[in-house]
Design a binder for this molecule. Sequence first.
Ligand code: AHG
Ligand code: MN
Ligand code: MN
Length: 325
Amino acid sequence: MLNLHDALKHTDIDPSLKEVLDTIAATCKSIGGKLKGGALSSVYGSESSENIQGEVQKKLDVVANALLKHALLNNRHVAGVASEEEEDVIGGSDEGRYLVTFDPLDGSSNIDINVSVGTIFSILPTKTPGSQVTMQDFLQPGHQQVAAGYVLYGPAITLVLTTGNGVDMYALDYDGDYYQTHKQIQVPKATQEFAINMSNQRFWEAPMQDYIADVLQGEEGPIGKRFNMRWIASMVAEIHRILTRGGIFMYPWDSREADKPGKLRLMYEGNPMSFLVEQAGGACSTSQGSIMDIQPEQIHQRVPVIMGSKEEVERIEVYHQQSGD
Ligand code: AHG
Ligand code: MN
Ligand code: MN
């Protein structure tokens, strides 16, 4: 079976990008090792600190962030990194050609209860090689990404990767290597499975309220089919399900905090997941247009996210167009 290293060797991507991907894959193996030990690894529980989002940091958020930051900043091809757990961007090698943004541990609320969590990453080209990076260098729309992916720490540790030529999946074997299990995965166009945090319903805009109300009416409603619902509270696990068997994932705009359009972050959640889903034939939207067309203004900016099976994403956009919202 093809391992990650050999699979990348057979592509025509830049060798220095391969080295960056190798570094991420190896570091995620270490993070997975810590998760495997559970309470024995002393990674459960919370720190007394909060991150830039005002969220309490879990111990493993801090550990995973430190591991990725250290490994990437020691890779000479990395010009800088930005993380959910770091207020500012951090400069790396002057000769680096790539910028890496990451969510070191996605689904932190699931760590202590032993439910799937993950690491999400996005790789952008450096616009100003040879000089120290600034936040401005990172503020590129998602369609500029040269690679994106995630590692899901579930019953199996799974790496899912795109370099702009489809989406492939790898599983981490007992021998410590990632082996390709699926090539060119495709998200089914239609679905009967949706994922949204229903407890936020009263905060959504009217078209989202209308869409979910129609979904809940099943075969008797205007959509005319019965839906099933899932909510894992780890975006990585939800997107993995969608890449595997289709579905629709939504964390839409809500009115809880006026200055925050949604919960998820554009640069290390919205964009990399959009790149993967679109490369697998699915669709992604803010409800008003493509997530990857947004010109970022801040590294930690938030974005409404609707992604998955094309037919359903397009249906939600129509609900918004018809209401004018
Ligand atoms: P993170 O743990 O990196 O802050 O991200 C959690 C995100 C995402 O993974 C998940 O879909 C969502 O937050 C869960 O939100 P709720 O708490 O509303 O369920
Ligand atoms: Mn996250
Ligand atoms: Mn996180």
